[in-house]
Design a protein around this ligand. Structure first.
Ligand code: 3PG
Length: 393
């Protein structure tokens, strides 16, 4: 691969800045899947083994720039890392230009990069500020590799040396290998709440898939073409695209649903048909008929791509759709199953099916964009830095 690799360059006693994807799902102040943090540990250990001065940066969620909000603080993740790496001195700082002097073999974690003004827009000044912190920049946030932001892209342009971390390299290699001539039928299951990110990808995914089963906000957007979806999450801006997709591809939309209705005194749970949702109702899960239909399709699949829960699985009353889909995927022993995404990792953990999925990626949107064949901006940046390095020689 035409990319500098952390494993192949000298990082001994160097000051290195590592961009990780520590964007883990947190529900009721608890981390519900540690998978992304655990996947980053070998990279941190490699740096520790080389007695580097380590600075770690990451985002968490999508906060507004320039405003600190506790909900998006990396503090719970720092606490978890302190437990795992209990022998290592770990500092945490809210500021980029901090005065904390770290020694060789010590770690400094900086607060959520998305609190910094200019992060989302890949601001040059901010990128240079990050770059000035280190001798070597390591991009290891595969999960955020589809974002051209100051801490994923710009910093890599302005750092003295830029390379990719081991997780980044292994994700690319494994995904490439698993997608070489996929066996058919190829079934994609796409759910979750990040509607806009996923809709853009859905067109390409639908093209390469034989069948796409949709759930969550994406399914609601399809349903909203001709039906009232009440209070359910959906994106009006994508209705036109949804109309085109449904005409041209085999997209399975749930026709029976589980909804909730909140009154001042209680929450009422109902089973409803897709064309009978009222203004005060909210779609929360798929119903029995849709589960049965999905079972038939998943059973016959030879390749499965899975991203996102089908319903609001965090709520026990609306867990069944996601649980069943997860079980159908895990029971299909003849198919090659690929799964990725923050919430998908939580689902895999909740239903204990990790060993039964052929490949689990730490990426969500990045995983999907990679599958659709797009060159991710950070890969472009890493290649650019590799070429520049060659020219300099
Ligand atoms: C993800 O969860 O897919 C990544 O961490 C990227 O997060 P983002 O979609 O908020 O950029």
């Amino acid at each position: 691969m035409l990319i500098n690799e952390m494993k192949k360059i000298n990082i001994k006693k160097k000051k290195i800045l590592i961009r990780l994807d520590l964007n883990v799902p947190i529900k009721n102040k608890k981390i519900t899947s540690h998978a992304r943090i655990k996947a980053s540990i070998p990279t941190i250990k490699l740096a520790l083994k080389n007695k580097a001065k380590i600075i770690i940066i990451s985002h968490l969620g999508r906060p507004k720039e320039g405003k600190f909000k506790k909900k998006y603080s990396l503090l719970p993740i720092v606490k978890y890392l302190k437990k795992i790496l209990y022998k290592t001195k770990i500092y945490f700082s809210k500021k980029i230009n901090n005065k904390i002097k770290i020694k060789f073999g010590e770690i400094l974690i900086l607060e959520n990069v998305r609190f910094n003004i200019g992060e989302y827009k890949n601001n040059i000044e901010l990128s240079k500020k990050y770059a000035s912190l280190c001798e070597i920049f390591v991009m290891d946030a595969f999960g955020t590799s589809h974002r051209k932001e100051a801490s994923t892209y710009g910093v890599g342009i302005y750092s003295k040396i830029t390379c990719a971390g081991p997780l980044f390299i292994s994700e690319i290699k494994s995904l490439k290998k698993s997608l070489k001539n996929p066996k058919r039928p190829l079934v994609t299951i796409l759910g979750g709440s990040k509607i806009s990110t996923k809709f853009k990808i859905l067109k390409k995914l639908a093209k390469i898939s034989d069948t796409v089963i949709v759930g969550g906000g994406i399914a609601n957007t399809f349903l909203s073409i001709n039906n009232n979806v009440g209070k359910s999450i959906h994106e009006k801006n994508f209705i036109n695209l949804a109309q085109q997709l449904i005409k041209n591809y085999n997209i399975i939309i749930p026709k029976d649903l589980k909804v909730q209705k909140k009154t001042s005194k209680k929450i009422i749970y109902l089973n409803k048909k897709y064309n009978n949702i009222k203004n005060n109702e909210e779609i929360m899960d798929i119903g029995e008929k849709s589960i049965k239909k999905a079972k038939k399709i998943i059973k016959k699949a030879k390749t499965i791509i899975w991203n996102g829960p089908i319903g609001v699985f965090e709520n026990i009353n609306f867990r069944k759709g996601t649980k069943k889909i997860a079980q159908f995927i895990s029971k299909n022993k003849t198919a090659f199953s690929l799964a990725g995404g923050g919430d998908t990792l939580s689902v895999i953990k909740m239903f204990n099916i990790k060993e039964k999925i052929s490949y689990i990626s730490t990426g969500g949107g990045a995983f999907l964009e990679f599958i659709e064949g797009k060159e991710l901006p950070t890969i472009k940046m890493l290649k650019k830095r590799f070429i520049l390095k060659k020219i300099k020689r």
